[in-house]
Design a protein around this ligand. Structure first.
Ligand code: PAF
Length: 281
């Protein structure tokens, strides 16, 4: 695994790989790697000749009162974990080189970025789409992998790639869960033992909805009410949103028909956690 820090070196590496006809797979991360990230790297290995993993805690996707400064950073451990997958390159750009003084340009996907997480994190997705565009421009991947836990993020990135004719295929990979159903997230590291156990209520609520739908329940209001009540049984879990939306537009739905995404975001202690489930009715 070659470590690259400069934009120029990363670009030269990719140009050379491409000139030899190699297919570049890319996994963008903010580090604090867990099995969810590693599943993306494993898939990238299967589907490309060269795998590039980036670690960059992107300052512009955090709001002013969010956790940029406290976001878990564990580069040494991340490198140890990545060694088992042996990607070709670990790209660790420098914040000053990525965002030099005078940086002024942003990439923003309308509408989709304002829904769901965008309501309480109004500048988050433009930070994500800006950094992902920059990373795509530097790494030049043919295929890039994102986790479905961040359902809204992968949808926005797919829209951006389509709108801007970026020559990269976007692949969304299934959510990876802990033994008790909690969706893997770097922010789980913020949770105390008690919070960690209470946080499993989010997946339990999604599983309850799935079960009810499988049993024939079609009243969406009843399902959302029961999910809300179940989450309410854990008083330290504060719901930000609990929604049923169309998976392609993120518009809220009134009834269960076709594919519906059930999505939840909640604060547990210092962590803001998200989870979702796609159901087909
Ligand atoms: O999902 C993440 O970890 C980040 O939002 C990403 C895609 C690496 C951009 O900073």
């Amino acid at each position: 695994m070659r470590e690259i820090k400069s934009i120029r070196e990363m670009r030269l590496f990719s140009q050379k790989a491409k000139s030899h006809g190699k297919k570049i797979g890319f996994v963008a991360t903010m580090g604090a790697l867990h099995e969810g990230h590693l599943s993306l790297v494993a898939e990238a290995k299967k589907r490309s000749d060269i795998v590039v993993v980036s670690i960059f805690v992107n300052p512009i996707q955090f709001g002013p009162s969010e956790d940029y400064h406290h976001y878990p950073r564990s580069l040494k451990k991340d490198k140890e974990q990545l060694k088992h997958f042996d990607p070709s390159v670990l790209f660790i750009p420098d914040a000053k080189e990525m965002f030099p003084d005078g940086f002024k340009t942003h990439v923003e996907v309308d509408a989709l970025s304002k829904k769901m997480c965008g309501r309480s994190r109004p500048t988050h997705f433009r930070g994500v789409t800006t950094i992902v565009t920059k990373l795509f421009n530097i790494v030049s991947p043919d295929i890039a992998f994102f986790g479905a836990k961040d359902f809204q993020q992968q949808l926005i990135i797919k829209q951006m790639v389509k709108d801007l004719d970026l020559p990269v295929e976007i692949v969304a990979m299934p959510i990876v869960r802990e033994f008790d159903g909690l969706a893997m997230s770097s922010r789980n590291a913020y949770l105390s033992a008690k919070e960690r156990s209470s946080a499993t209520i989010l997946n339990k609520a999604l599983s309850l909805a799935k079960l009810e739908i499988e049993k024939g329940e079609r009243d969406l209001r009843k399902i959302l009410f029961r999910m809300r009540s179940l989450i309410g049984s854990e008083p330290i879990v504060r719901i930000d949103y609990l929604l049923a939306v169309k998976p392609d537009t993120l518009e809220e739905v009134e009834s269960l028909k076709g594919k519906v995404l059930l999505a939840v975001a909640a604060h547990v202690g210092k962590a803001r956690l998200i989870d979702n489930l796609l159901v087909s009715v």
